[in-house]
Design a protein around this ligand. Structure first.
Ligand code: TTP
Ligand code: MG
Length: 392
């Protein structure tokens, strides 16, 4: 068989929902909607397959999801859990094959570099990976196997959930010929509209469209889109670079005016701690030490460091220690810059059990605030006491 490569595309099934089930196993088998509570303004991040039966989909409003499936359990997102699991998945895949490209938080392309380039070999590797993810991480996934990234990526959803789909190029052409062009990986709304205006509706029609016409409409990309419609794709699996683990996370703020007012400085400190704690929570870290930096109007800089009583990602705890050190270092001189840095980091899941929901009210507020920030942007929410602080 004249085949260049065998590529696998691994994609977790209802990823955020599975992560929530790991944190609270009693949820298994129930219709779950992840993204927030029914009355909230946000949208569904994902739904378990039990909820999808009722027509609940990613991107749908929470209100619509509640209408379609009133008995579903609605949960907010917990990004630190998902980042942590994603790193575990990556580690497991890297142990199986050297070239792993994490394409998003829950999907990866693998290039096992098989010398025989047989799809059968790809299928048995897929089966081994699926079993290992289930046994070691209790996660189910679906895997597409094909001779390039395009085919593997378009094959993996076909068997969801818990499926393995192997497609040869010939299978691919047959399977997608009658699908609308938007079904083709890489073709977005804009391209699809343009193709439609040219009378090209289906993948099959695109595969035989003349290159010169496509070139006029899409430039050099024209022939590439047509090749994709024929199941051709030469793009390599690019190993995701291992982002080095951070040693610390910090924020600094130069004040609009040099400031001596203690209450205003306290608000700036709270804002900085809120940002540091948000970063920690988003990436799944807890800090064991805090460093603060205070620069006076005369540019003299003082640094202080303190140890937290236990690892934390809580704004409240980080603020308490940071402010104690900043306050002790203030000497009536106007301040030009404040900085807060969290150090000696430890992974959240190693620092405490997975269930963050059962924590105190303060933490619950912080998780809810993180969720709103993720949906509406970083400046969408703050503590009431921060509202009057302006950023330099
Ligand atoms: P997907 O892999 O697209 O979806 P999924 O894993 O939930 O379900 P499946 O693959 O079985 O169809 O996305 C991975 C995660 O990304 C998903 O669990 C939640 C998140 N996500 C959003 O937050 N918003 C979205 O619109 C989508 C599509 C996903
Ligand atoms: Mg998925």
């Amino acid at each position: 068989m004249d085949r260049d490569r065998v590529i696998l595309h691994v994609d977790m099934d209802a990823f955020f929902a599975q992560a929530e089930i790991l944190a609270a196993p009693a949820l298994r088998g129930r219709p779950l909607v992840i993204g927030g509570r029914p009355g909230e303004r946000g949208v569904v991040a994902t739904a378990s397959y039990e909820a999808r039966v009722y027509g609940v989909r990613s991107g749908m409003s929470l209100t619509e999801a509640a209408r379609r499936c009133p008995k579903a359990v609605f949960l907010p997102c917990h990004p630190s859990r998902y980042f942590y699991l994603s790193a575990q998945i990556r580690k497991l895949l890297l142990a199986r094959t050297p070239v792993v490209e994490m394409a998003s938080i829950d999907e990866a392309f693998l290039d096992p570099g098989f010398p025989q380039r047989s799809l059968e070999e790809g299928e048995s590797l897929a089966r081994a990976i699926q079993t290992e993810l289930k046994e070691k991480l209790s996660l189910s996934c679906s895997i597409g196997v094909g001779e390039n990234k395009l085919i593997a990526k378009m094959a993996s959803p076909l068997g969801k959930p818990e499926g393995i789909t192997v497609l040869s190029k010939e299978d691919f052409v047959l399977r997608f010929a009658d699908e609308p062009v938007i079904a083709l990986y890489g073709v977005g709304n804009e391209t699809a509209r343009k193709l439609q205006s040219m009378g090209i509706q289906k993948v099959g029609e695109l595969s035989s469209a003349p290159d010169p016409i496509l070139r006029i409409a899409f430039g050099v990309l024209g022939p590439v889109i047509a090749a994709a419609a024929r199941g051709e794709d030469k793009s390599p699996v690019v190993p995701s670079h291992q982002t080095p683990e951070p040693k610390s996370m910090g924020h600094e703020m130069t004040l609009v005016r040099d400031e001596a007012d203690r209450e205003k400085l306290m608000r700036v400190c709270l804002l900085l701690c809120d940002e540091v704690a948000y970063d920690l929570r988003s990436e799944g870290w807890m800090a064991r030490t805090i460093q603060v930096r205070i620069r006076g109007s005369d540019f003299t800089t003082v640094g202080r460091q303190g140890k937290l009583s236990e690892p934390t990602d809580s704004t409240r705890m980080i603020f308490r220690l940071s402010w104690r050190h900043i306050d002790a270092a203030l000497d009536r001189k106007p301040v030009r810059l404040l900085g807060v840095r969290a150090g000696d980091l430890v992974r959240t899941v190693e620092a405490r059990t997975m269930d963050l929901l059962d924590d105190g009210r303060g933490d619950r507020f912080e998780l809810a605030a993180d969720h709103i920030r993720n949906l509406f942007g970083h400046r969408a929410i703050g503590r009431a006491s921060l509202m009057r602080t302006t950023r330099a």
